[in-house]
Write a protein that binds this ligand. Structure first.
Ligand SMILES: [Zn+2]
Length: 82
């Protein structure tokens, strides 16, 4: 029985474009690796994840519900299956 992970840290802005990703502003946000900056991690809004994200999965990116105060992990807690 795995307990769903939740995002407990503060979130207000996308690290990349400064878009407002606070509660209710976006459907989801992603904490993940970006395809620039040598694989740095960033907190991203949906558009930035489309542009710069490298996917969802362990060690790649985690997608969280943007509508809740304490967001649940939606996707990204499993290794990528290819
Ligand atoms: Zn952004």
């Amino acid at each position: 029985m795995a307990t769903k992970k939740r995002w407990l840290s503060d979130r207000s802005k996308c690290d990349l474009c400064n878009a407002d990703i606070s509660v209710g502003k976006v459907k989801y946000f992603v904490d993940g690796k970006v395809n620039t900056c040598g694989g740095a991690w960033a907190l991203m809004c949906p558009s930035c994840h489309d542009l710069y994200g490298v996917g969802l999965g362990l060690g790649i990116g985690q997608k969280y519900d943007g509508m809740s105060t304490i967001p649940y992990l939606l996707e990204g807690d499993e290794a990528l299956k290819r």
